[in-house]
Design a protein around this ligand. Structure first.
Ligand code: HEC
Length: 122
């Protein structure tokens, strides 16, 4: 009985540690988004940041657009964040972040974008 309880407690604390870790990752992704992406994509991801002016040839992607964002696979999102528009035949207005952000940070940003669009990749 005591043993079973101990195992349950151990499992529960492992679970709590894991979920706390992903909370921390999500918070870091949001902070990174606000720092690196919001200037163009907007604080809420609507593609309306201060650098998104009408004089620019392309608008930054609206990350809350479910239809548009559903067209991108998870790998597409990761590629465009790491390599920028140039690497994915999109506008070079979208800068590459492969040297600025770690793979883990890019993956967490991808998850953050999926939350903004409330969508999955194809
Ligand atoms: C200097 C402005 C700028 C910044 C900063 C920027 N973007 Fe972009 N982003 C763009 C533009 C412009 C496009 C649209 C490119 C196109 O449609 O040709 C775009 C497109 C995208 C797309 C869609 C690509 C596609 O294939 O449709 C994703 C995803 C994206 N950006 C993510 C990010 C993330 C994440 C960050 C921060 C790490 C970021 N962007 C920072 C300007 C920017």
């Amino acid at each position: 009985m005591i043993r079973k309880t101990l195992i349950a407690v151990a499992a529960l604390s492992a679970f709590l540690a894991l979920s706390r870790m992903s909370d921390a990752q999500a918070a870091a992704a949001e902070a990174n988004y606000k720092f690196y992406c919001a200037q163009c994509h907007g604080l809420e991801g609507k593609g309306d940041g201060p650098n998104a002016t009408k004089s620019q040839p392309v608008s930054p992607r609206n990350h809350t657009n479910t239809v548009e964002m559903s067209k991108l696979s998870d790998q597409d999102i990761i590629n465009v964040i790491k390599g920028g528009g140039a690497a994915t035949s999109k506008s070079t207005m979208m800068p590459p972040f492969g040297k600025t952000l770690t793979d883990a940070e890019v993956a967490a940003l991808k998850d953050y974008l999926r939350k903004l669009c409330k969508c999955k990749g194809n």
